[in-house]
Design a protein around this ligand. Structure first.
Ligand code: FES
Length: 152
């Protein structure tokens, strides 16, 4: 026959269980502090390289960021490949213009819209030179068309 549980024993067990429950919850809470609750967003800055690595007359398509980067004699500039109509990715045609495959908007080689439902031209993206001399494009910063990092 099991021993009868006294009121004192019951209170002691209850206090003991409450204490260790509180300790366990505190430890779990402290361990959760080690893991960041907010995950960092992907950077919008894209390394383009040193200006010497971007010879005048060349262009590059950054597929991950959907950005065309052009190196001209006087500077480097970037144009977004995201159509301002509904966000499709435009194609660059051999003659240098851009065309949207979704609804047929067409853009000049510098991104100005000249046909289709797109309400505006392709956004130009900021290109800046960091203190270490490397050029970066920031896809979160639009600049007026024609803005470029100047070689001079
Ligand atoms: S998404 Fe480009 S024309 Fe509609």
């Amino acid at each position: 026959m099991p021993a009868k549980l006294t009121r004192r024993d019951f209170s002691e067990r209850l206090a003991f269980g409450s204490f260790w429950t509180a300790v366990g919850a505190s430890v779990v809470g402290m361990l959760k502090l080690l893991k960041p609750a907010v995950m960092p967003e992907a950077s919008t800055r894209v390394k383009l390289g040193h200006p010497d690595e971007l010879p005048a007359g060349t262009e590059r398509y950054l597929a991950e960021q959907n950005v065309y980067v052009f190196s001209a004699g006087d500077g480097v500039y970037a144009i977004s490949a995201i159509c301002p109509h509904l966000g499709c990715i435009v194609s660059r045609l051999p003659e240098g213009r851009f065309e949207c495959p979704c609804h047929g908007s067409r853009f000049s080689a510098t991104g100005e819209v000249f046909a289709g439902p797109a309400p505006s031209g392709l956004p130009w993206i900021q290109v800046q030179r960091a203190p270490n001399g490397v050029l970066y494009a920031d896809t979160s910063v639009s600049v007026p068309a024609g803005t470029r990092w100047s070689r001079g």
